[in-house]
Design a protein around this ligand. Structure first.
Ligand SMILES: Nc1ncnc2c1ncn2[C@@H]1O[C@H](COP(=O)(O)OP(=O)(O)O)[C@@H](O)[C@H]1O
Ligand SMILES: O=C(O)C1=C[C@@H](OP(=O)(O)O)[C@@H](O)[C@H](O)C1
Ligand SMILES: [Mg+2]
Length: 169
């Protein structure tokens, strides 16, 4: 049997981690997991409820604990946009395979995310999308093994680029 490894997708909300992740898993004959769903299963409630009841820092804490508890070889792993705040969680995921940063510009993300206030983003309540973008982009760049520029490309183009880049690492 061919030895396989996982692929971890990171990036801002709206970057395409969940939608491209499923397609990538099919392309690479891997399993797929969206860690947002793992969090919800673990907690028995939607992410928005966790945010409303316990706040964004608690959601980030739960997210990291969920990642640390997970064993995910041979998966495409679509993380939530805030996963990158947990260094230990990211180090754990990195043990399963390379980290791919889906890098979309602020303008492109704004076109896709029209419900910033209600989307359930784990952010300081007073933090603008611009501030969040700037803060997080550095973190995504720090953890990434591969960065894919996503602006102006359809999902198939991005998928193809990810596969080419993965073949080289
Ligand atoms: N390359 C793309 N071009 C245009 N829209 C895209 C692209 N990739 C994803 N989308 C759209 O952006 C939205 C957010 O995608 P999603 O996969 O949920 O992002 P994430 O999981 O990173 O938050 C969805 O409506 C999806 O169809
Ligand atoms: O960026 C964020 O703070 C979050 C992004 C969401 O996932 P997506 O990145 O898949 O939208 C989800 O994990 C949660 O609502 C918090
Ligand atoms: Mg997602």
């Amino acid at each position: 049997m061919t030895p396989q490894r996982s692929v971890i997708l990171v990036g801002m909300p709206g970057a395409g981690k969940s939608t491209i992740g499923v397609q990538l898993a099919k392309e690479l004959a891997l399993d797929f997991v969206d860690t947002d769903l793992l969090i919800q299963l673990r907690e028995g409630k939607p992410l928005q409820d966790i945010l409303d009841e316990s706040g964004y820092l608690q959601l980030r804490y739960i997210e990291e604990q969920t990642l640390l508890e997970s064993f995910l070889p041979n998966h495409v792993i679509a993380t939530g946009g805030s996963a990158v705040y947990g260094q230990e969680g990211m180090r754990h995921l990195r043990g399963f395979g390379p980290i791919v940063f889906l890098d979309a510009s602020l303008a492109e993300l704004k076109r896709r995310i029209r419900n910033y206030e209600t989307r359930g983003i784990a952010r300081r309540p007073d933090q603008s999308f611009e501030e969040l973008f700037a803060e997080r982009r550095t973190l995504y760049q720090q953890v990434a093994d591969i960065t894919i520029e996503c602006d102006g490309k359809d999902q198939q183009q991005i998928l193809d680029e990810v596969c080419v880049a993965l073949a080289a690492v």
